[in-house]
Design a protein around this ligand. Structure first.
Ligand code: SF4
Length: 117
């Protein structure tokens, strides 16, 4: 048996969750205040996902902050960054504009999180 400790990031309470594993099998989950914590650690152990925040450059060379709309599989982050680094946003891009649809085949869009000024 092994134990892994996680801090749940689903809500601001930040419960410290301990997962007991028998090999890859989850035997026990402790410390979560609600079911969402158990779902979070289960996903972390089986198919971890992340929201990606970064910047893209506009055609004129100004950086604009962007993020994925939702989460992408952790193992796809490098492919997502490669695709994001290869695009240029139009000048005058606005907060919420889609920069990439379906980044790296994840089905997730990348949007601007600020205006290009
Ligand atoms: S386990 Fe529930 S209450 Fe605790 S941080 Fe996660 S979502 Fe919030």
């Amino acid at each position: 048996m092994t134990e892994r400790k996680y801090t749940c990031i689903i809500c601001p309470q930040g419960c410290e969750i301990t997962v007991t594993l028998d090999g890859k099998d989850i035997v026990k989950v402790e410390g979560n205040t609600c079911k969402r914590g158990e779902a979070y650690v289960t996903e972390e152990l089986t198919a971890p996902k992340r929201t990606l925040t970064t910047t893209v450059m506009t055609l004129s060379g100004r950086p604009v902050p962007v993020r994925t709309v939702g989460t992408v599989p952790k193992e796809k982050l490098f492919d997502c960054m490669k695709e994001i680094n290869a695009v240029k946003a139009k000048d005058g891009v606005r907060h919420g504009d889609v920069i990439i649809e379906d980044v790296a085949g994840t089905g997730v869009s990348v949007v601007a999180t600020a205006d290009d000024v």
